[in-house]
Design a protein around this ligand. Structure first.
Ligand SMILES: Nc1nc2c(ncn2[C@@H]2O[C@H](COP(=O)(O)OP(=O)(O)OP(=O)(O)O)[C@@H](O)[C@H]2O)c(=O)[nH]1
Ligand SMILES: [Mg+2]
Length: 301
């Protein structure tokens, strides 16, 4: 995780350490830094923003004379990274659930995104996590399109011992979501997890469909599930989904298989929505709360 991003930053810090630099050298060095960040899936705007942030300090004579300018570079860079992450308000999932519990209402979470990013697996991981916190859960099989989707979610539901509400293939996904919410209300269930079919942002019908699911289920939380490995596409997809669904936050999956690490920065910068969790494997327990501080310390250590 984050290996490549870490090496971009340590490369920059190392060059600063060696000697003071002329303006031309600073430009060259920042150019290389930008390229290496982009190779780590950091979006171009973010790479430029980070370079602009650091340029004045690299040119500042008084900074060059300090005994260890790398301390300043690290500090400025971690401030800049932190600023990107805090542009997105944080979401306290468990307080939200508790608040709905007090109102005797289920907390409804809708998972959405393009095909194959890990939505269904993430629904199962969420069920596992919530159950381990003593909360009750029901799943809605609102992917009524892809062959095998209902069986896939139903099997996960069995594995983690929760109920999954399903209808036939081809039925209205919004109606399935409504059924699951009614079930939760009548059985005093704390959280409803709605799995949806993967959809390309270019498919107008499917995007209309997700709007209908949102209207009918009125979710407390809409989560975009994005795949860290397919990141070049995922950032533009996230932006398009945001226009359509105004999702509240994101889950970044397959981070275990992604050595680059720039995806997290890029999606937060592009959407201004927080990442809540990282998917770090295929087991139910492989869901880690996302923490900007942890990412920053991983990048600098
Ligand atoms: N390594 C790794 N694999 C993951 C992770 N999350 C999901 N996967 C795998 O990704 C594949 C697709 O996962 P699904 O959960 O079916 O994805 P989906 O978004 O529901 O797919 P569609 O419903 O077809 O759009 C499966 O093989 C999962 O095991 C993760 O965090 N790490
Ligand atoms: Mg699925």
């Amino acid at each position: 995780m984050f290996d490549k991003l870490r090496s971009s930053f340590s490369g920059l810090v190392k060059t600063v350490k060696e000697r003071s630099l002329t303006a031309k050298e600073v430009d060259e060095m920042l150019w290389n830094f930008q390229i290496s960040m982009m190779e780590s899936d950091v979006a171009q705007e973010v790479a430029e923003e980070l370079s602009n942030e650091i340029r004045p300090y690299l040119l500042d004579e008084s900074v060059k004379r300090t005994s260890d300018p790398t301390v300043m570079v690290r500090q400025k860079m971690s401030e800049a990274l932190n600023r990107i992450f805090t542009q997105a308000a944080s979401i306290d999932l468990f307080s939200g659930i508790e608040a709905k519990k007090k109102m005797k209402e289920p907390y409804v979470i809708l998972f959405l995104g393009i095909n194959g990013t890990g939505k269904t697996t993430t629904v199962a991981k969420f069920a596992f996590l919530l159950k381990s916190r003593g909360l009750s859960v029901v799943m809605a099989c609102s992917d009524t399109h892809r062959p095998g989707a209902i069986e896939q979610l139903t099997q996960h539901a069995k594995n983690v011992s929760v109920r999954a509400i399903a209808q036939q293939y081809g039925s209205d996904p919004a109606a399935v979501a409504r059924d699951a919410i009614l079930y939760a209300k009548s059985h005093n269930i704390d959280v409803v997890l709605i799995d949806t079919a993967g959809r390309m942002q270019t498919s107008h019908n499917l995007m209309e469909e997700i709007s209908k699911i949102v209207k009918v289920s009125n979710p407390d939380l809409k989560l975009f599930v994005g795949d860290a490995l397919a990141w070049n596409d995922s950032v533009s997809q996230a932006k398009e989904f945001l226009k359509f669904t105004d999702f509240d936050g994101a889950i970044l999956t397959k981070v275990d298989a992604d050595s680059k690490g720039g995806a997290a920065l890029s999606i937060t910068h592009a959407t201004k929505k927080p990442i809540l969790f990282l998917g770090v494997g295929q087991q139910y327990e492989d869901l880690e709360p996302f923490s900007p501080d942890k990412v920053i310390s991983m990048v600098f250590n």
